[in-house]
Design a binder for this molecule. Sequence first.
Ligand SMILES: Cc1cc2nc3c(=O)[nH]c(=O)nc-3n(C[C@H](O)[C@H](O)[C@H](O)COP(=O)(O)OP(=O)(O)OC[C@H]3O[C@@H](n4cnc5c(N)ncnc54)[C@H](O)[C@@H]3O)c2cc1C
Length: 346
Amino acid sequence: MPCSLWTPVNKEEYKGVWVYLERAGDRLKDVGLELLGKARELAQKLGGAEVGGVIVAGSEEMAREAIYHGADKVVIIDNPELKSYTPVEYAEAIAKVVQKYKPEIFLIGGTKRGRELAAYIANTLTTGITADCTALEIDPKTRDLLQIRPTFGGTQLATIRTPQRRPQMASVRPGVFPKPQRDPSRTGEIITEKIEIPKRRTRLISVEKRLEKDVADLPPVESADIVVAGGRGLGSAEGFKLLIELAKLLNGTVGASLMAVRAGWAPHTRQIGQTGKTIRPKLYIAVGISGAIQHLMGIMEAKTIIAINPDPHAPIMENADYAVVGDYKQIIPLLIEEIRKIRNQR
Ligand SMILES: Cc1cc2nc3c(=O)[nH]c(=O)nc-3n(C[C@H](O)[C@H](O)[C@H](O)COP(=O)(O)OP(=O)(O)OC[C@H]3O[C@@H](n4cnc5c(N)ncnc54)[C@H](O)[C@@H]3O)c2cc1C
C-alpha cells in the first residue's frame, strides 16, 4: 500500500527519544551530546521514556561517552563500508535502526552533514522534519513534539508538529542547548547492529579543506571564550587573515558573518547566526559586521560585545557594550601592536 505523510501511523508502537550522534574522527561531536541533554528533558516530560543514541561506524568508547552524557541505550552501526561519510548510505543505515527501535522522537545535530542526513532520513521514513529548531517542547495534552524555529527572516517563531507520522524529527544547530554534565557513574546498554546497505553508489576518495587550513589550529567558535568575527566590511580575504592574527594573540578564535563566508574569506564552519553557529563567548569582537537580526541571533548569549565599524548607526553598534567607530584597517593593527607590547613587558 502506498505510504504518504498523510497516512497516520500507530503512535503507540513508537517509544523513546533518540539522537543521531555524529562523529568527528574518533570522538563524538558536542552537538550530539547537547541533544542527549535535551532528549533526557523531553523523555522525562513523556513519563520517563528511554533515551537512545545511534553512532555510525563508532566505537564502544564513544558509546560510553554518550551514556555518560545521558543515553540509556546506544546502537553502534557496524559496517566497514560506512567508515567514510556519504549521505545516501548513512541515511539508509540510520533509517534501518530507527525502523527497528521505533523512537517517538529522533533528533539530529544541525551540522552541515546533519542537515543533509536529516532530509534523507525523513524521506526514507516518510515522516516530517523541522530544520534548525531553537526550542523543543512536549505538548502535555497530545504528547506531540513542538518543534519551534525562527521564521520570516528570524522575526517570528513558528511552532511545527508532526501529528500523523512517527518518528517526529527535528534538527538543532550546535550550541543551542547546553551540553549536559558528564557523569561517568551512569550505566546503559551498548548494542552493535550489523546493518547491511545496498552496494555503494558513491565512494569518498579524498577531502580537501581549502579555507579550513587557515583556521585549523584555532578552536571552534562554539567553544572559545573570545571570538573575533569578520563581515563584508573586511573587504578582502587579507582582512580576515588580520583577524586570525588578533584571535591567536588573544588565545581566542575567529568567526564570520554569512557575507564573509559567501565571499569565500572564511569557511562555513565559522559562520555565526541563524543559519550558522550559536555562540556564548565571554568576549565577542565584531569587525565589519552590520549586525543584521540573523547574525545577532547567534551572539545573544555573548557576555561582552565590542563592535568596530565606521558607521555609528549600524545595528551592531546599538547591541554592543563597546562601539568603536572607525576603519578596522587602522584599528586592528594598532590593537595587535598594543597587545604585543603588553605581552613583551611581562
Ligand atoms: C534566512 C536568512 C538566514 C541568514 N543567516 C545568517 C547567519 O547565520 N549569519 C549571518 O551573519 N547572516 C545571516 N543572514 C544574512 C544577514 O541578513 C545579513 O545579510 C548578513 O549578516 C550581513 O553580513 P555583514 O554584516 O558581514 O555585511 P553587511 O551587512 O554588508 O555589513 C558590512 C558592515 O561593514 C561595515 N564596514 C565597511 N567598511 C568597514 C571597515 N573598513 N571597517 C569596519 N567596518 C566596515 C559597514 O559599515 C557595514 O556595517 C541570513 C539572512 C537570511 C534571510
